[in-house]
Design a protein around this ligand. Structure first.
Ligand SMILES: [Zn+2]
Length: 120
């Protein structure tokens, strides 16, 4: 059983939380065209490393808020907890983010706003 420190409520039992899977999955923008196979990468495929993983969690039986967690899937060590919309600050978290196959996927590239003429 994990002792998870909710950023809003403090340390609570794992039973109060639900895991929302992989964090930092960027949705491709409609203005950027990608193939169906590349869109399937975004929609269906998830990173499943043996080691450090970036996850979304929700304090379902508490404040019901979402947050991100850097966790080692082998030892279950919780390395870092950080707010939604933020990036990991620990070295292990930054490495896990950078080495995820998703960072080089076409779906993730299509999640970036393309520059248009006249746009600021
Ligand atoms: Zn909470």
């Amino acid at each position: 059983m994990l002792l998870i420190s909710c950023p809003h409520c403090g340390p609570r039992d794992e039973a109060e939380f639900s895991c929302g899977g992989e964090a930092h999955i960027a949705r491709p923008l409609a203005e950027n065209s990608i193939t169906d196979a590349q869109f399937a990468d975004y929609l269906f495929y998830r990173h499943n490393p043996k080691g450090v993983f970036l996850e979304r969690w929700r304090h379902a039986a508490g404040c019901r808020r979402w947050f991100n967690m850097v966790r080692d899937t082998v030892s279950h060590e919780i390395i870092e907890i950080y707010a939604m919309g933020q990036m990991p600050k620990t070295k292990a978290g930054k490495e896990a983010y950078a080495t995820n196959w998703r960072r080089s996927s076409e779906a993730e590239k299509a999640a970036v706003q393309t520059k248009k003429k006249g746009a600021k």
